[in-house]
Ligand binder design. Sequence first.
Ligand code: COA
Length: 194
Amino acid sequence: MKKSNEVYCVSDRLVIRKFDLQDVHAFYQYRANPDVSRFQSWENYTLQDAEAFIRKQIVHSPNQHGTWFQYAIALTESDQVIGDCAIHTRADEPQIVELGFTLAPEFQGKGYMNEAICALMDYVFGALNKHKLIAFADVRNTKSIQVLERLGMRREGHLLENYKSKGIWIDEYQYAMLRSEWLNKHGVIHAMNN
Ligand SMILES: CC(C)(COP(=O)(O)OP(=O)(O)OC[C@H]1O[C@@H](n2cnc3c(N)ncnc32)[C@H](O)[C@@H]1OP(=O)(O)O)[C@@H](O)C(=O)NCCC(=O)NCCS
């Protein structure tokens, strides 16, 4: 396994780490895939977009109020990037954070996102000591809804025409997990660095 300096959390098969310039091509390939971008904010993603995005993440740090931080999800064995998950730390209430996630199509259907977010939740409620994790899902995005429900997140609301995506207003479900709920389910938090 290649050693990465900035590892935030690990699971059996995965390392959640900072992005690196070597990840640009893999990141670009899945972001440019129309199946991946269908329910996301971006479209027609270019290699230049990918490189500019990763360059910004390299000099960015997690847990900065009012910003998103994108974590690379890499295979433990090869350090190959297979997707990412992101945390938005709210400016008005930084104890509440929002989750986003994407997996390259060839790595879907293997439970990798469930595994990555379980590890990330341990880190969010442990190392980062957050109070509540929320996530929004486009109501048409069945795969994303399944990920959130498999994690045990509660559907807190159905928000009508809450988000404008590619020119149309779409409904979203809001999901949430409190720190107390995570602790009730999992007990111990394995804190690493933040
Ligand atoms: C949302 C997304 C990450 C879900 O990917 P996924 O592969 O379905 O999710 P997981 O990695 O958790 O895998 C779950 C699947 O693997 C299967 N699986 C296989 N081995 C498994 C294991 N060891 N543990 C758990 N699940 C396993 C599950 O049964 C499930 O398959 P199913 O959906 O056919 O029932 C993916 O569809 C994606 O990237 N979409 C585009 C981006 C996007 O829309 N993101 C959401 C907006 S924030």
